[in-house]
Design a protein around this ligand. Structure first.
Ligand SMILES: Cc1cc2nc3c(=O)[nH]c(=O)nc-3n(C[C@H](O)[C@H](O)[C@H](O)COP(=O)(O)OP(=O)(O)OC[C@H]3O[C@@H](n4cnc5c(N)ncnc54)[C@H](O)[C@@H]3O)c2cc1C
Length: 562
């Protein structure tokens, strides 16, 4: 392996999804200067369009991916400790109706011997198979923080990350603050693009006039430098990114699309009682029915080959019908219709390219792939789940350190480092509620408003409350969020547009009462805080309304419900 001269040149990370952000933080913790560039917003890719589980991947046992399951369960247990503000235990139930079905299919898969079409009997997973799988799963997950305290037949414990978007913002905040403490450089450019000419990288603002994925932006150049290495952490866009950088490569990615819908159907929520269901649909695909926050249930997912622009993926009518039918099959007492869907989304899995016959059997492992013909050492992140973002970052940083600093020892630095907002976390519900009461008593906000902020940033709320100057008790119309909190987010969390606030910072997409009035208020705040023009704010509000309707199928109320 050729060692590269060590100096203060940054490592360029392309992509600020969960993997790019986790890697940026890990590199900063190892004293590498870092520059992150995302062509869109942070966490604006697949990270926002997943099933939001932090899980071992029970199903991967069927494909003999034991190491992956073990790694995922270890990471799940770590994240429950390091990020309790975002990652919470979730009990899941596996419904089954016969004792032996599915066993034959699974054993065939286990020994890599596939039959083309599963029989009807194979489709039901069967009690014995599930018990066997859960036995392995729990055996792997032995750890003192395993949330499992009791055991029912065909139920198991995993975890949920309600807002991975907030997790990414916290990772990047940690990277930025830690870089400042260490006196090394950390730069973050969202809505920018990087072009490579020899060893020289040029970063330009991405202007809205840029017509397609392939055309170079004509926005102003904000930075030119020679990176010491490039990490292409652009997920489902990995091949497109290499093409844009003009780095020759074989096809690396073969993403599949997965769709979800979100419903506030009360009967379904009542049936779940705060717990999740993991079931198999008629075509052998796993389908999750999961509680999501206070108001919603999340249902997904599908698994279909996809070759288009990952940013444009939306569920088809057929996929939504399939998911609705599956829920009606699993929870027959609560008939759902398409009208019960509040909104929907689809994401493209960053899976390695293969000619596997079934999409479910494509490996969910992750690795770094080095480009053979690049002047600057360039690595692409292949695969990776939300669950394994920390271990992926650790392994990748280690691999980079071996090349860039072969003589310095490498230490894993994130294994016991809380994600900002997870420090000094209350240890149970009573303590949590007492903390909200206490913070409310010490501020001008009530406990419900404290809770709303807490869900977005955990114990970091204290930082917001402790800032200089008088805080106003005025709220963002139609929400429990203080206007000053929105201002704080705009100032500290790389917010540029109205949809950043709606989809990825304040998580208003997940509020049933989101109204056009709320969006207009956000436009006003961006005028005040970022100095954008009234015309620009109006156009961002309209673009957000259009996107909520066309991309998510979300209906807005015209005025706020107070
Ligand atoms: C349907 C579905 C369900 C899933 N469920 C789960 C689950 O329950 N649990 C779990 O652990 N995992 C799950 N996953 C997997 C997980 O969501 C992804 O593996 C993970 O989010 C990938 O993160 P990433 O950072 O690699 O990619 P992304 O989040 O896609 O980030 C890539 C970023 O790169 C940017 N970008 C693209 N091109 C460029 C460029 N040229 N220059 C700069 N930036 C660029 C994009 O804007 C984007 O922000 C699921 C995935 C899907 C699709």
């Amino acid at each position: 392996m050729v060692a590269v001269k060590t100096d203060d040149r940054p490592i360029l990370i392309l992509g600020a999804g969960i993997n790019g952000a986790a890697l940026a933080r890990e590199l900063i913790l190892n004293d590498f200067p870092v520059c992150v560039v995302d062509q869109g917003d942070l966490a604006g890719g697949t990270t926002a369009w997943s099933s939001r589980l932090i899980h071992g991947g029970l199903r991967y046992l069927e494909y003999s991916e034991f190491d992956l399951v073990r790694e995922s369960l270890r990471e799940r247990n770590l994240l429950l400790k390091l990020a309790p503000q975002f990652v919470r235990p979730l009990r899941l139930y596996v419904p089954t109706s016969n004792r032996f079905g599915g066993l034959a299919t699974s054993l065939r898969k286990f020994f890599h011997f596939q039959r083309k079409k599963p029989s009807k009997r194979d489709i039901d997973r069967g009690l014995w198979l599930i018990r066997m799988g859960l036995h392995f799963y729990d055996a792997y997950a032995q750890d003192e923080v395993d949330p499992e305290q009791y055991r029912w037949l065909c139920s198991y414990s995993d975890a949920q990350i309600v807002f991975p978007e907030r997790f990414v913002a916290a990772l990047l905040t940690d990277a930025a603050e830690e870089a400042q403490r260490r006196g090394i450089s950390f730069e973050m450019f969202n809505y920018h693009e990087a072009r490579l000419d020899g060893r020289q990288v040029t970063i330009r603002a991405r202007d809205n006039k840029t017509p397609g994925e392939e055309e170079a932006s004509t926005g102003p150049v904000v930075r030119e430098f020679e990176p010491v290495a490039i990490v292409n952490a652009t997920g489902a866009w990995v091949d497109l990114t290499l093409k844009r950088l003009k780095i020759p490569s074989r096809r690396l990615m073969g993403g599949t699309k997965g769709s979800h819908f979100v419903t506030s159907h009360q009967g379904l929520r009542d049936a779940l009682k705060g717990q999740g269901i993991y079931a198999e649909a008629a075509d052998d695909r796993p389908v999750f029915v999961l509680p999501l926050g206070k108001d919603y249930t999340l249902v997904g997912t599908t698994d279909v080959r996809y070759t288009g622009n990952p940013g444009k993926a939306i569920p088809t009518d057929e996929e939504l019908d399939y998911l609705v039918d599956t829920v009606n099959h699993i929870v027959p007492g609560t008939p759902l219709t398409r009208d019960d869907i509040d909104f929907h989304y689809a994401g493209v899995r960053p899976l390695p390219y293969t000619d596997a016959t079934t999409t479910a059997s494509i490996t969910r492992r992750h690795w770094l792939e080095r480009a053979d013909h690049a002047e600057v050492p360039t690595y692409s992140v292949i695969g990776g789940k939300l669950t394994t973002c920390r271990s992926l970052a650790e392994e990748s940083a280690h691999e980079l350190a071996k090349v860039l600093r072969p003589d310095s020892p490498y230490e894993a630095k994130s294994i016991d480092r809380p994600i900002p907002g997870g420090e000094d976390y209350p240890s149970n519900k009573a303590e949590l509620e007492a903390t909200w009461e206490k913070l409310a008593a010490e501020s001008c906000f009530d406990p419900q408003q404290i809770e709303s902020m807490w869900l977005l940033c955990g114990t970091r709320v204290r930082k917001f409350l402790a800032q200089d100057g008088q805080l106003s008790s005025e709220l963002l119309v139609g929400t429990d969020l203080p206007l000053d909190f929105v201002r704080w987010s705009i100032r500290h969390e790389w917010v540029r547009r109205v949809d950043d606030l709606v989809e990825r910072r304040l998580m208003l997409l997940y509020q049933p009462s989101l109204s056009e009035a709320t969006l207009r208020r956000l436009g006003d705040l961006l005028i005040e805080e970022r100095g954008i023009s009234q015309e620009e704010a109006d156009s961002q509000v309209q673009a957000t309304i259009d996107r909520l309707r066309d991309h998510f199928g979300k209906r807005l109320t015209a005025t706020a419900i107070e």
